[in-house]
Design a protein around this ligand. Structure first.
Ligand code: PGA
Length: 276
């Protein structure tokens, strides 16, 4: 597979609601999103995704269809187990997600790793299980503040990536997305990364992807996440290796989702700004 030129690589943009939004609130978000995409002339080539809690997934899928967004917005789950079924109380399997029409699964988010003990070894089983079943996988990697202070950010994320992708073959690669989210940049106490922080880490990540998958590794989208907001998103989307944004708080309400998306597309030159 030939590497795609930067202007041919699709831009990805989405949000993770974390433990927020009831099914009704999720449905309203999707209903309100459709007219905003048209109003802002968001190109059809932009790949959008929304990752609500498990309880909102069926409603999100129905609301997306009603809003006419089925081909434009992927609906994602926030986690999945690697086994197809079994005695795993509280867990959800890949067939459970695919049977209701879920498109994507988020794996390795910093909160799952940090608060719920998700390990690289567990991810090494989850990522291939989800990819093989046809789900898109958004695999998150990121170093902590301590790891950054000790100068081992690039090694940390490369290690996370290599373990999680150990059993992934090239045939599944078109469904893989990587989210680079420095742990110190996430959430209310987080500081947005500087462009040089992002490049310092993302270049070794890209190198690890091409080492494992050859030229096809160039086409795996790498998204930035962590305190993304309308006033800083331009710093990230103009970086050579960044193919999208993964947004938390700033996009939980549809007005915010629209504002960040619009600012990112203006910064990329995909749409015109108000001042143009
Ligand atoms: P934030 O969250 O944008 O609220 O910092 C990002 C994330 O956790 O993915």
């Amino acid at each position: 597979m030939q590497p795609l030129a930067r202007d041919k690589r699709p831009f990805h943009f989405g949000t993770n609601f974390k433990m927020n939004q009831t099914p009704a609130e999720t449905a309203r978000f999707l209903a309100d999103l459709a007219p905003r995409l048209n109003q802002n002339r968001v190109p059809e080539t932009v790949r959008l995704f929304v990752i609500p809690p498990f309880t909102s997934l069926p409603m999100a899928i129905a609301a997306r269809e009603t809003a006419g967004l089925t081909s434009r917005v992927w609906i994602g789950a926030q986690n999945v187990h690697w086994a197809t079924e079994g005695a795993y109380t509280g867990e959800i399997s890949v067939p459970m997600l695919t049977s209701i029409g879920v498109d994507l699964v988020l794996l390795g988010h910093a909160e799952r790793r940090g608060l719920f003990g998700e390990t690289d070894e567990a991810l090494a089983k989850k990522v291939p299980a989800a990819l093989v079943a046809g789900l898109q996988v958004l695999l998150c990697v990121g170093e902590t503040a301590e790891e950054k202070a000790f100068g081992v950010g690039p090694e940390t994320v490369t290690r996370q990536l290599k373990i999680a992708l150990h059993d992934v073959g090239n045939e599944a690669l078109s469904r893989l997305l990587i989210g680079y989210e420095p742990v110190w940049s996430i959430g209310a106490g987080g500081t947005p990364a500087r462009p040089q922080d992002v490049m310092e880490t993302v270049v070794p990540l890209r190198h690890a992807l091409t080492e494992k998958f050859g030229a096809a590794g160039q086409n795996v989208p790498i998204l930035y996440g962590g305190s993304v907001a309308p006033d800083n998103c331009g710093d990230f989307v103009t970086l050579e290796e960044i193919d999208g944004l993964f947004v938390g708080r700033a996009a939980w309400q549809v007005e915010g989702f629209e504002r960040v998306l619009q600012a990112a597309l203006v910064a990329r030159g995909d749409i015109r700004g108000d001042a143009d």
